[in-house]
Ligand binder design. Sequence first.
Ligand code: KIV
Length: 262
Amino acid sequence: MNIHSFSRKKSAREKISMVTCYDHWSAKILNDTDVDCILVGDSLAVVVHGFDSTVHATIEMMELHVAAVRRGAPDKFIVADMPFLSCSKGVQHAMENVHRLMRAGANAVKIEGDTHQVPVIQHIVESGVPVMGHLGLTPQSIHNLGGHKVQGKDEKRASVITDAARALEAAGCFAIVLECVPVKLGSCITRSVQVPTIGIGAGPHTDGQVLVLQDLLGVDPEFKPKFLRRYANTRDLLKGAVNHFHADVVQGEFPSLAESYQ
Ligand code: KIV
């Protein structure tokens, strides 16, 4: 997968798959899968660091995690999230942050937010760095949105988001994430732009789908948004393995002589 594969896949009506990844060991596993691309999402602030929102992700955190993922997944196309306010303090500051993520190993950056981001997106794209947009529910604006709510439910908001998608395309975005919008809006935006849309909670008609790796692996049974499909029950698998190890240690069954140095 390279930058041209995104538009080629949309033209060929081939769906694009993307999963998040934050660390080296899971990156090594993903490098050996068929998944099209990896997102080092700022959701790592919640999933890895235990904060209550992505607002806590910093450029230092993103840089470290991008580098770890790149070392584990040398063959994958990696998109790195620009964290909270990293694009909002002037173009020069944004470019310094972009530079850090690209040097850490990203192939592209993702920027949340609508038309107010157009000037900075244009500058980044003109500087030679591919940019993925992100519309709908944009978790960095959680305080403005008043919670994790489906966006674009009424016609007025739906047309604002559709216009924003066109503006991001015109600014040079090579793809756009659509998060938590009604099926009809996901489909309408997908038809309104030439670049691929990658949905999460945006229905089946987007050009691709993205999920948080830990969510699709079923690490947290308490987290069950409508859009999530779990492909494994990793929590029980991991608990079972660790409890098995504990029982073997307690019963003196680990290690065996074959697992010991003579
Ligand atoms: O940070 C993230 O995980 C994301 C996805 C939900 C698209 O932006």
